[in-house]
Design a protein around this ligand. Structure first.
Ligand code: ARG
Ligand code: ASP
Length: 718
């Protein structure tokens, strides 16, 4: 009896870890084999081949990787693409000035002629996906070092890509899955003429800003629209005024019906990175060391930037994107630490590891291969800890002080002097500097320098930092503000005219000056410090972990044969599915699946930086003028479901049981942001804008009903 109970407990633990509880980011080409029956049992009414097929048009033909960092979907036969406001934000910002402030006021092209090109922006379709594991791993041997292994793999990949059957306007890439135990090839089609069609004002598209970011209940209309342009033959073409709207193989139909509690939902997109199969020691390190370190550094950076953005409209435009980016991960990591702690993620991993070890020990063959694997992993993570900490300090601090980015650009031009490609590099340096200065304010940067160098110094006190650093600090009497003032007074890199301007008139002289620039020298000393005392060991430790994690991944699949594994996200196309489901974040609190426009008005604070509501929207609300987009006299705004998503899934379509578009994924709920490391169905929820709210804003608010006319709206209710 006791034994039976034990077995039942174990079964329960593992069935819930099996990915049957809405967990998983599945490969679209494997749905038929691995997921179709489960999806149908949850209510899906279409088949796996309607989602992914190479022989006929399928839903996958309407999904694009948007610029490589988000997802988008085609929603009309004229190549109209829907994605998030925060995904299109870079473009919206690029076209914004104090006079034409599209961030503040929104933008709507009245016709194709008004749609704005975005150099550098692209969308990529997936034509087909093939398993190429055997070919990629041919000639790879266990005894190879990580470097040898990688160069064999690179050689194989190059050969496979050379031989791939594809059209000449198509491309391909191959990526490792399950920590490099499997490889898939993706044949792709990339369109590079993508124009901005429309965006709501940020008071709608980013309503609630950073206070509401990662939070449910949510009321953000996080969407923007673009259009793909193609050559006259409908094939990819570089930007040209003669290009025409792209006619897609497939566009999504839009359901006007919404969902209710328990309904099937599915999210199709390009999730960036997850780490679901880590050793408990790695999770412990994230919670105890890495997340807190990065959070503390960003606390400082955000305080500085926020202070300036609130009092200066110009700085607000210039730093909006940077601020949102820094704040986004900062807040997510805080939710992650809370969630991992609350769900006892480390203890759960340890229980899983104990079961793993028990099964391994009970089987001679497994034992000889994997007997001490867990122990080795634990040791390797111990070695990594101090190195990872230094890496975090360097990455976090250096990426936020712009003077260092400027210096790094100048270094590249300086080092290219006398080489064949000098002119090209110089031009690239100038272009990049131009981009940096457009969003640069020397005073903000100087304050950032002071604040961040101080945390850097305090955090790394146990290490011997370069003499030039200590000397500059000593000269300033140990005062970081003074140190920053001295450095910014001495350098010319904080002045566009004396840097970019001088580079354009006389590059040689300007690059000569760079050699004696105090900030440039400090930067290069710090870099040298990092590369001589940290990177070598860090790479070694990381290589060791990569090898062990690869073994551990394979071992888990061999040991837990009853479990269906999904590969960690790696920016490749995935399908995730689960029910629309309310949840209980804490005692006595229940979160419903829908929010409504009423909630926007509850949060409304006139003139507020985050919670102001545009007058027109207030009027529509007062008159309940929702047109055909309302439901039961209310205007749905956002909803949640148990789809397993991550960064990169932003802009992904949320589809109903029939594969019709019901919403646009853009976020996750605070309590569940640890889903990247430990998905827990009780509190992990993805957040979507309801498609009816999007259409309401486009049509009723912005008066861009001509766009809705391009789309196919359907309702099963009538
Ligand atoms: N948290 C979401 C994601 O990770 C949305 C971020 C954009 N919104 C914002 N207020 N920063 O991308
Ligand atoms: N907001 C994220 C994105 O930009 C989505 C998420 O992390 O849930 O992809």
């Amino acid at each position: 009896m006791k034994l039976l109970k034990y077995v039942l407990v174990i079964c329960f633990v593992f069935i819930s870890a099996v990915g049957r509880a809405d967990e998983g980011m599945w490969l679209p080409q494997l749905l038929a084999k691995l997921n179709e029956s489960h999806m149908k049992s949850l209510g899906m009414k279409i088949s796996a081949s309607d989602i992914y097929s190479v022989n006929k048009g399928s839903l996958k033909d309407a999904i694009v990787s948007f610029g490589g960092f988000c997802t988008g979907e085609v929603i009309s036969d004229k190549g109209l693409v829907l994605t998030n406001h925060h995904c299109g934000f870079g473009s919206i910002q690029d076209h914004s000035t104090l006079d034409h402030n599209y961030i503040r006021d929104g933008f709507w092209a009245k016709n194709h002629g008004e749609e704005i090109p975005n150099p550098g922006l692209f969308v990529t379709f997936i034509v087909r996906i093939e398993d190429v594991s055997n070919k990629v791993l041919a000639g790879v041997k266990d005894e190879m070092s990580e470097n040898e292994r990688q160069s064999q793999i690179d050689k194989n990949i190059a050969a496979i890509r050379k031989g791939v059957k594809k059209e000449d306007y198509q491309d391909s890439f191959i990526r490792g899955f399950f920590e490099g135990n499997q490889y898939f090839m993706f044949v792709t089609e990339t369109y590079r003429d993508v124009r901005l069609v429309g965006a709501p004002p940020s008071a709608i598209g980013n309503f609630g800003k950073d206070t509401d970011n990662w939070i449910w209940p949510r009321h953000t209309g996080d969407f923007s629209m673009f259009r793909i342009y193609a050559g006259k033959d409908n094939k990819p073409a570089a930007y040209s005024p003669d290009n025409v709207p792209y006619v897609p193989k497939r566009s999504l139909a839009i359901s006007m019906d919404g969902v209710k509690e328990g309904d099937f939902t599915m999210v199709f997109g390009f999730p960036g990175r997850t780490m679901e199969y880590l050793h408990s020691a790695a999770v412990d390190q994230t919670v105890r060391v890495n997340d807190p370190t990065k959070i503390a550094i960003r606390d400082k950076a955000l305080a500085v930037i926020d202070g300036y953005m609130r009092k200066d409209e110009q700085i607000k435009i210039q730093y909006a994107s940077k601020y949102a980016g820094i704040s986004n991960a900062w807040k997510k990591w805080q939710g992650e630490v809370l969630g991992l702690t609350k769900t006892n993620a480390v203890a759960k991993k340890q229980a899983y590891e104990a079961e793993f070890q028990k099964r391994v020990n009970a089987n001679g063959a497994l034992k000889s291969k994997y007997g001490d694997l867990l122990q080795q992993l634990e040791l390797a993570y111990k070695e990594l800890e101090p190195l990872g900490l230094q890496r975090d300090y360097f990455n976090e601090v250096f990426s936020k002080i712009e003077l260092f980015s400027i210096s790094s650009q100048l270094n590249q031009a300086m080092n290219a002097q006398g080489k064949d490609n000098y002119e090209t590099i110089l031009k690239r340096t100038q272009d990049r500097l131009k981009g940096i200065y457009e969003e640069y304010n020397a005073e903000v940067d100087r304050k950032l320098f002071a604040a961040l160098m101080e945390v850097f110094y305090q955090g790394l006190q146990d290490y011997k930092l370069p003499d030039s650093f200590t000397k500059l600090l000593k000269d300033a009497g140990g005062d970081f503000n003074k140190m920053a003032e001295n450095i910014y007074a001495a350098t010319t890199m904080d002045e566009e005219q004396k840097t970019l301007g001088a580079l354009e008139t006389d590059a040689k002289t300007r690059l000569e000056q760079h050699k004696t620039d105090v900030a440039a020298n400090l930067f290069s000393d710090l870099l040298t410090y990092f590369s001589t005392t940290v990177s070598g060991q860090l790479n070694e430790a990381q290589d060791k972990i990569n090898r062990l994690q690869r073994d551990y991944m394979r071992a888990q699949m061999e040991v837990f044969r009853e479990k269906t594994f999904y590969p960690d996200a790696n920016s490749t196309m995935r399908v995730t599915y689960g029910k629309a489901m309310s949840y209980e974040p804490r005692d006595a609190v229940k979160y419903e699946i829908y929010t409504y426009l009423d909630g926007v008005m509850e949060k409304y604070k006139p003139g507020d930086y985050e919670f102001d509501v545009p007058e027109k929207l207030r009027e529509l609300y007062a008159k309940k003028d929702y047109g055909k987009y309302g439901a039961n006299g209310k205007m749905p705004v956002c909803f949640i479901a148990r789809n397993h998503t991550t960064g990169g899934n932003s802009g992904s379509p949320a589809l109903d049981a029939y594969g019709n578009l019901i919403g646009l994924n853009f976020d996750r709920a605070w309590e569940g942001t640890m889903s990247d490391i430990n998905y827990d169905p009780s509190i992990c929820r993805n957040i979507m804008v309801d498609i009816r709210y999007i259409l309401f804003i486009v049509d009723k608010y912005a008066g861009a009903g001509h766009l809705v006319k391009e789309m196919k709206l359907i309702s099963k209710k009538k």
